[in-house]
Design a protein. Structure first.
Length: 389
């Protein structure tokens, strides 16, 4: 078997359904498997998996074991030569795994570490954490106090987000994000998997760093784009702040020499950073002035007009000829709804990148599903709207 995709889920039932649909499509021409590990969700995630995807391996944990242990449980049952650690609030393109498997990064490369890819949020904007540097004390300082934004072209300040590479350049990086990590299962096992002492937030940094310590090279692969709604997996509240600080302190105590000054700096800096993240997590409701549905289904258009209480402009699957003129010079809020029954995920992701704008938001209606889903910010929890029959 070539590839095992491990999806660790916790209370994101609708995002999980869309994610699994996208992975299924991406594995269509690959000898692969999907393993969903559920960390004791209180929603109907497990029932949805059993009903809609009965052929997919589902592991039901009786407690929330955290990100590291949950993924380790899944990888322990994987059979693929390669594994992909994938968040449930992601959407992969149909050719995502094929492009990576066929890339020059894999063969011949005996020093191959972990591969990440280009991630965008629910508005189509690039997520800079797709590629990062090791957060040494100095690099962490430039991140916490925003120096990487002030001096983006100066290497001394721009290492946190590996700004020596643009989002369109494939190349070597130190750290990949846990939302999408592609590596050999043999390497994962050699490294001992994720460190289960990390509950969350520093686990991907730690795994990436240990791969480097073992003489491997990590890569950012820019030739495929994956949606990561990002805000959906974690509500950035007081618990987030506490766990973030604890995670960073654990990483530094494990890999770097500590001092009293550094501990105080990290504690105050982590609280400041987490507080700023929390303050950004509150996103005001966005009033949509007009809707555009890309679909072949006239009945769906009528159903959405009744649901949304506004007219919906219907465009066919050849929308690329009409959409640019409709969006040109707009100053009102427009929401584009993609009917995935008529469009592949790859087309939807490409369109989100192409037509991203402060005035444009996106929703996706997954194939044969009764909901539409999206996120207007990388800091909010996303939105699911049920579509009744």
């Amino acid at each position: 078997m070539q590839l095992s995709v491990i999806i660790l889920n916790y209370n994101v039932r609708y995002f999980l359904e869309q994610c699994v649909l996208s992975v299924q499509a991406a594995l269509q021409h690959i000898d692969g498997e999907i393993i969903v590990v559920d960390n004791n969700s209180s929603d109907d995630s497990c029932q949805m998996m059993k009903t809609r995807f009965p052929h997919i391996k589902l592991i039901e944990n009786n407690e929330n074991t955290g990100f590291p242990k949950g993924n380790n449980i899944g990888v322990a049952q994987a059979k693929g030569e390669y594994i992909c650690i994938l968040n449930p609030d992601t959407v992969v393109a149909e050719d995502t795994f094929t492009k990576i498997l066929n890339s020059q990064l894999l063969t011949p490369n005996f020093q191959l570490g972990i591969i990440g890819c280009k991630l965008v949020d629910g508005t189509g904007k690039f997520l800079p954490e797709s590629k990062r540097g090791i957060p040494t004390p100095w690099v962490a300082f430039t991140k916490i106090f925003g120096l990487y934004k002030i001096f983006p072209k100066i290497q001394l300040f721009n290492r946190y987000y590996a700004q020596n590479l643009s989002e369109h350049q494939t190349g070597e990086v130190d750290v990949l994000v846990g939302a999408f990590m592609f590596l050999k299962r043999e390497l994962y096992n050699q490294l001992g998997g994720f460190d289960e002492n990390c509950f969350m937030y520093s686990d991907d940094i730690d795994l990436s760093y240990r791969a480097l310590q073992n003489g491997k090279t990590n890569y950012y692969f820019s030739k495929t784009t994956v949606i990561h709604y990002k805000g959906e997996s974690t509500v950035k509240d007081g618990t987030y702040m506490k766990r973030f600080q604890e995670a960073m302190e654990y990483f530094y105590s494990k890999h770097f020499k500590k001092s009293a000054f550094f501990s105080l700096f990290m504690k105050s800096g982590s609280y400041l950073f987490a507080f700023l993240k929390k303050s950004k997590s509150v996103v005001s409701n966005r009033d949509i002035d007009s809707y555009i549905l890309i679909s072949q289904n006239e009945l769906l258009k009528e159903k959405l007009e009744k649901l949304l209480g506004k007219n919906v402009k219907l465009l066919s699957a050849t929308f690329k000829n009409e959409l640019p003129s409709l969006l040109k010079g707009i100053h009102s809020n427009v929401e584009i709804i993609f009917d995935q029954n008529a469009l592949p995920f790859s087309t939807i992701i490409s369109a989100m990148e192409t037509y991203k704008s402060e005035n444009v938001t996106f929703k996706i209606i997954p194939n044969q599903s009764n909901f539409m889903i999206g996120s207007n910010s990388s800091n909010d929890r996303g939105e699911v709207i049920l579509i009744n029959d």
